[in-house]
Design a binder for this molecule. Structure first.
Ligand code: ARG
Length: 587
């Protein structure tokens, strides 16, 4: 299906040619924006006039005289010094929407011709550790960006940089070796929850022994050396922890209604073979230098509280590699093997200094440059209702799973209250409870700008009114119910019909979907997609108040309004899917 030129783009094109006909040497484009006074307002004329040393009002009048009105532009008038107010014809609105409607897959959203490859690093929990609310954000934001970028035409490679390596495994491996029966089962035999409780039990027992038994401690330390040397039996035991953890991770991602694929999980250990070479390259090029036995990279603007420079340590003085060496190796892999143009990291803002130093090091080494860039999408903290970092009443970090279960419970209650009226079966109630609960958690996360902290407030999240996913899901379900009730009437566009103001407002917003996708994907701002969808649902509510659908005046008007709401539903569904949120048919 052919992409659809949005109305704002076609107005923009007409303005651009009108301006170059008036002022051949003009370079700037007029800036089109939405306005309360008209459908669009162009406000770049003033600047153009200044440059050309001509009178803004005169220039504006000349530009207007070049515009052919009728087809798309109904009316264009000069307002104030150099502003142009533009009104679109009803016919152009309906025709544009009809073209979007015909493209079931993409709703007319174009695919940019020269898209690149983005490697996105997100959803990166740690082996043998419970996932907490901090891991929620990376997963939710990252998954939305994967969908948004792919829809916008980018080639996306997903990487889950799980924490699966380090000295902490020595103790665990040694313990499991001495108590082999403790993880003695087949993967298919345990649930995610059991897997996590196995790991937790093992961790606690190992820790207890480590703290009380000097000889065990010595054996555990020796195991770290074996692990780093890649001793086969030690590696095999380590693998058991990784596998057990994956059972748990996958269960959480499933609960989150999120696809995480095994081959995309390339944890810290995945770069072990590259660490030596990474360090050698950095040292040979002089990017890293020896300092007190360690291999370090220094930065003029990174200093500790004592004013002394704080280096990025690539190799410790004992020869061990840390988090930075792994990340630098991952950059080489992503740039040279995966051929990325963009490296995107969805990681907590508290790791910003780490990434700043890692990216700068990679730039000095020439691995990153003007053509291959790295960005950290640093997100803020999830806060409790009290505005402090989210903790249980006992002051412990909140388990992600508990939180998701509670969201689904609350949502199920909300769904159940209306279920009888809608005639939902028990199975539908449960399914919808999940879609609403998980959607609510995702939407709350995605509807505020990622850098900001947000309060985790389940009551607010599952509320039926206000800026919530439930509100959007109800808007969708309500349309489906109208379409079911339509009987023989079918949605069909009638461009010959005059539109009511609420229809025009809804229609113009629907036409903006493609622009919104591209904008959101290029600036990594899913909250703007959430805002777009909320606005869409709000315009739909106004439309319902003012424009009867099934009881409209003529059969043509019924068909046209059915077409408008159907396109609204498809746009809501597509937009919400891009955020990872489901739209139940009946709610
Ligand atoms: N596993 C880390 C954590 O839980 C996040 C990893 C982020 N990604 C990276 N390439 N360092 O904090």
């Amino acid at each position: 299906m052919a992409p659809v030129t949005s109305l704002s783009d076609s107005v923009q094109q007409q303005l651009t040619s009108a301006i170059s006909a008036t002022l051949p040497e003009a370079t700037a484009d007029p800036l089109l924006r939405r306005s309360d006074r008209a459908d669009f307002q162009a406000n770049g004329i003033l600047a153009l006039a200044k440059k050309a040393k001509s009178n803004p009002r005169e220039l504006a009048t000349q530009v207007v005289s070049q515009i052919v009105t009728g087809d798309v532009i109904k009316d264009i008038e000069v307002s104030g010094p150099g502003f142009l107010n533009i009104t679109i014809t009803d016919k152009a609105i309906t025709e544009n929407l009809a073209a979007r409607y015909a493209d079931t897959d993409r709703l007319g959203v174009p695919r940019p011709e020269r898209a690149g490859t983005t490697v996105i690093d997100y959803a990166q929990p740690n082996v043998a550790k419970e996932m907490h609310v901090g891991h929620l954000r990376s997963a939710v934001i990252g998954d939305a960006l994967v969908q948004l970028l792919e829809f916008a035409g980018e080639t996306v490679v997903r990487r889950h940089h799980i924490g699966d390596w380090g000295t902490q495994f020595g103790m665990l491996i040694q313990y499991l070796d001495e108590h082999p029966h403790e993880l003695d089962h087949k993967a298919a035999e345990v649930t995610g929850e059991e897997a996590m409780s196995n790991l937790d039990r093992l961790y606690k027992s190992a820790r207890k022994l480590f703290d009380s038994d000097e000889e065990f401690k010595t054996r555990a330390r020796r195991r770290v050396v074996d692990l780093q040397a890649g001793e086969p039996h030690t590696l095999a035991t380590w693998q058991k922890f990784v596998d057990e953890s994956k059972i748990y991770f996958f269960s959480v991602f499933e609960k989150l209604d999120m696809e995480v694929r095994d081959p995309d999980i390339v944890g810290e250990s995945g770069y072990n073979d590259m660490l030596d070479e990474t360090c050698r390259l950095l040292e040979e090029s002089g990017v890293a230098v020896r300092s007190e036995g360690a291999l370090c990279v220094f930065f003029d603007d990174v200093k500790g509280p004592d004013g002394k420079p704080v280096p990025l340590i690539v190799k410790k003085s004992d020869g061990g590699y840390g988090y930075a060496a792994t990340d630098l190796s991952a950059i080489r892999d992503r740039v040279f093997n995966l051929k990325a143009n963009t490296l995107l990291y969805v990681v907590d803002a508290r790791q910003s200094l780490h990434f700043k130093m890692v990216f700068e090091t990679a730039r000095r080494a020439g691995w990153l440059n003007d053509d291959v860039t790295a960005v950290q999408l640093a997100f803020g903290t999830v806060l409790g209702k009290d505005g402090k970092p989210f903790k249980t009443r006992e002051g412990e970090t909140v388990k992600l799973v508990d939180l998701l279960d509670e969201a689904v419970d609350r949502a199920t209650t909300v769904v159940r209250e209306k279920a009888e009226k809608v005639g939902l079966s028990e199975q539908e109630i449960e399914e919808n409870g999940q879609y609403v609960g998980i959607g609510a958690v995702k939407y709350a996360d995605l509807s505020t700008s990622a850098v900001r902290d947000y309060k985790f407030d389940l009551d607010q999240m599952v509320s039926l009114s206000g800026d919530t996913s439930v509100y959007l899901q109800y808007a969708y379900a309500r349309i489906q119910s109208i379409l079911r009730k339509a009987g023989d009437a079918r949605p069909a566009a009638h461009p010959e019909l005059a539109l009511a103001p609420a229809e025009r407002a809804l229609g113009l917003h629907l036409d903006r979907f493609g622009e919104t996708v591209l904008e959101v994907a290029s600036a990594y701002e899913p909250h703007k997609m959430a805002a777009y969808l909320y606005q869409l649902a709000t315009l739909l509510t106004t439309f319902y108040d003012q424009c009867p659908v099934l009881k409209a005046e003529t059969p043509e008007q019924v068909a046209n309004r059915l077409f408008l709401v159907d396109l609204t539903a498809r746009t809501l569904q597509r937009g919400m899917a891009l955020l990872g949120i489901r739209t139940p048919e009946r709610l």
